[in-house]
Design a protein around this ligand. Structure first.
Ligand code: ADP
Ligand code: ZN
Ligand code: ZN
Length: 708
């Protein structure tokens, strides 16, 4: 009898360990290799799994092991991507199998199709060849046409080593030509015919425009696009082209960050500050952070581009840990838009009963903005109206003075939790430290009894815009109208061709689109996004406002002004607006850094959340209280480590279950890692997968949460 071959296989289950199987070489037609995708019997069914170890031994009785049933035609995942997966699994406290397997496109995980796949690939490759030729050239700026600032930036990038870990922040206001610079930089790297580059972008709806632009720069290179809007089959082929090194340019959203790339030489993360780089279910990774780890592991440069860098990145660049390249002029010569703050506490900005032009229904828009939009219509310029839909629990405010429900124990705002779901009384609650207080009957500062939540009633705004300007061509853009990628494309085309007078929508209209004719941007009710339970709210809003302001006056036709932006707020004196008035990104970031430092918040501390989901909120909270109690009793809660009281999630109810969270914070990253790993072990001992045996609570640990 020959020596048995044992392989360890991980599957897509929340199980910490891999499983041993036997490998029959003559049956499977090849020797086993680490990184190969196989089919294995699992319980009563069969599953796709990945080989992570090959040996001659098993801790189990060899004769009891089952055999690997099939081997996929996929080449093995390389060692580099397996290192990345291992890191992600450990750092994000997620089992290796459920980290790796979901990143493999569905097409490759159907063992019944494995025999047919090679033929399919050939057919698709033929089709691709024909299609590639028809792409139009768009937005291509040759190196020789770069302006002086861009040229300098490009030179700086080129002096960065190509064979060392070199993180670079490319900071430049919207429209300053960052994209043109980094595409020219990548072009140099791609001179090596086998080199691959990874270009990450935040959102699906940004890719069509950028995709054409990238293609225009590299007509001779093979490029693939990876995001969740691409059909399974196309994505499966694209992913295969990437992992076999056939594709040189990999353009995609966060999920592309985990693609196996054998010849990766450089990474670009565009709009690196964007929250959509954070995965919000399953393994809750940050694609940007993993991309940085990957660059470090491979010793290659990674460029992070943004007009409003995240505080983390900006501080690293300031401190000299990242290379710092800046672009400080708009590429097409337009000046920055003029910012107007509309003080909502000032009666002059509002309609009064007798006003001419006052809309019939109760207006949800200030008079100042109405006038500005009307003016813009008269001037035949497009307007962009940004609505802030709230995903936040509301902060309580006083309309008479500037009082807000700030937490007395920490630097966060307390938010309103309505009666019903949990407790019989409405209360104010701090999501940071967990403090609960009764709702005050009057304003503690001025005695006003009419306290309101910020950001009321924005839902009807789209209707009232159509009512106010019945003759204008209004286009609504929201996630529903653009769920399909095609839909978004067409919508934006409408805007470009000038068939629209007023564009109304939520945040997504604010992002990187290169609009050319927008003269006015109006931001309604900015406060609902500024004052919330989340300490990052101001940073987010600032980035968003800079982005949306950047949509106005992109081109300066014959010396026209750069456009205007109006922002509705009850608190124009707030720092975020004051810095915005001056377009002072660095000032704002430096102010925010000081604030965070004083409050001991990220990036000066490290955080994690333990999520709990149960039939009733009470159960979820009890589970977390017990967990906290256990940790206290074990003496694990030390000086540098804080475990706060559990709170309900801001979006508490999801499909029949209710959710709560426990915030764990540490001054030390390693210390946090250790405690989380121990917490994970403890929870696993008392759970089946990720559901507690007692009480059936679904739990999950999240590293570096971006919203609390
Ligand atoms: P950013 O990425 O900083 O927002 P882009 O690279 O998208 O800026 O440039 C903004 C606009 O200016 C685009 O339409 C782009 O084609 C154009 N552009 C960029 N660089 C130049 C240049 N040197 N000359 C003329 N137009 C340019
Ligand atoms: Zn007051
Ligand atoms: Zn607090």
């Amino acid at each position: 009898m020959s020596i048995p071959i044992v392989v360890q296989v991980v599957v897509d289950k929340p199980l910490a360990q891999g499983f041993d199987y036997l490998w029959d070489e003559s049956e499977l037609g090849a020797r086993p290799e680490v990184g190969i995708l196989v089919e294995v019997p699992f319980g009563r069914s069969h599953l796709a799994g990945l080989v992570i170890k090959v040996s001659a031994y098993s801790d189990y009785e060899i004769h009891k092991l089952k055999y690997v049933t099939r081997r996929s035609p996929l080449p093995p995942l390389g060692s580099a991507v397996l290192r990345l997966m291992n890191f992600a699994s450990q750092y994000y406290i997620h089992a290796l199998g459920e980290t790796i397997i979901p990143t493999i496109p569905l097409m490759w995980k159907k063992p019944d199709d494995w025999e047919k796949i090679p033929k399919k690939l050939v057919a698709d490759a033929e089709k691709q060849k024909k299609k590639n030729k028809q792409e139009a050239i768009e937005g291509f700026v040759d190196e020789s046409f770069l302006n002086a600032g861009q040229k300098l930036a490009l030179e700086q990038l080129r002096t960065c080593s190509a064979s060392e870990f070199t993180p670079i922040l490319l900071q430049g206001q919207t429209g300053s030509g960052k994209t043109a610079v980094f595409l020219n930089w990548l072009s140099g790297i791609l001179d090596d015919a086998s080199a691959q580059v990874l270009l990450l972008v935040p959102e699906i709806n940004l890719t069509p425009q950028l995709e054409r632009r990238v293609r225009a720069y590299f007509p001779d290179k093979k490029m693939v696009v990876l995001h969740s809007g691409v059909s399974e089959r196309v994505r499966g082929i694209a992913w295969h082209d990437a992992m076999t090194g056939k594709a040189q340019i990999i353009l995609g959203t966060r999920l592309a960050a985990l693609t196996p790339l054998p010849n990766l030489r450089a990474i670009v993360v565009d709009e690196e500050h964007d929250p959509s780089y954070k995965q919000q279910d399953g393994i809750r990774y940050s694609a940007r952070d993993l991309a940085i780890w990957r660059a470090h592991d491979l010793k290659i440069p990674i460029l992070l581009a943004s007009a409003t860098p995240s505080l983390e990145t900006w501080m690293a660049a300031k401190a000299g840990r990242y290379e710092y390249v800046r672009l400080d002029q708009r590429a097409q010569g337009a000046s920055l838009p003029k910012v107007h703050l509309v003080n909502m506490r000032d009666p002059q900005t509002q309609f009064s009963p007798g006003d001419a032009g006052k809309p019939k229904s109760k207006s949800l828009i200030s008079k100042t903005i109405c006038n500005a939009v009307s003016q813009s219509l008269e001037n035949k310029q497009q307007s962009l109206v940004l609505i802030n839909r709230r995903g936040y629990a509301p902060v309580l405010s006083c309309g008479a003075c500037s009082w807000l429900s700030k937490c007395e124990q920490c630097s966060a705002y307390m938010v309103l939790h309505k009666a019903g779901a949990w407790g019989r009384k409405s209360v104010l609650r701090c999501h940071h430290c967990g403090l609960v207080k009764a709702i005050p009957s009057h304003c503690p500062d001025c005695g006003n009894t009419d306290l309101k939540t910020l950001g009321q009633g924005t839902q009807k705004i789209e209707d009232s815009i159509e009512e106010m300007w019945p003759d204008a061509r209004v286009l609504r853009v929201d996630t529903d109208s653009s769920r399909k990628r095609k839909g978004a494309e067409e919508l934006f085309q409408e805007i470009h061709t000038g068939n629209v007078d007023i564009v109304v929508g939520t945040q997504m209209i604010a992002k990187g689109h290169d609009y050319q004719n927008i003269g006015l941007v109006a931001v309604l009710d900015a406060d609902s996004r500024l004052f919330s339970q989340d300490f990052r709210a101001a940073e987010r809003l600032f980035a968003q406002l800079v982005q949306v302001a950047g949509r106005a006056g992109r081109s300066s036709k014959d010396g026209e002004t750069g456009g205007v932006i109006y922002i509705e707020t009850q608190l124009p004196e707030a720092a975020v607006f004051q810095f915005l008035l001056r377009h002072d990104v660095d000032g704002f970031l430096s102010f925010t850094a000081n604030e965070r430092k004083e409050a001991g918040l990220p990036p000066f501390a490290y955080q994690a959340l333990v999520h709990a989901e149960a039939k009733s909120l009470d159960k979820a909270i009890q589970f977390l209280i017990a967990l906290k109690g256990y940790w206290k009793s074990q003496g694990h809660i030390s000086k540098g480590l804080r475990v706060y009281d559990p709170v309900p999630r801001a979006m508490m109810r999801v499909a029949g279950s209710e959710r709560a969270q426990l915030l764990v914070e540490s001054d030390d990253r390693k210390n946090l890692q250790e405690i989380l790993e121990a917490m994970d072990r403890y929870l696993r001992e008392h759970s089946q997968g990720r559901i507690s045996k007692e009480g059936r609570i679904r739990w999950l640990i999240e590293r570096d949460p971006i919203s609390i």
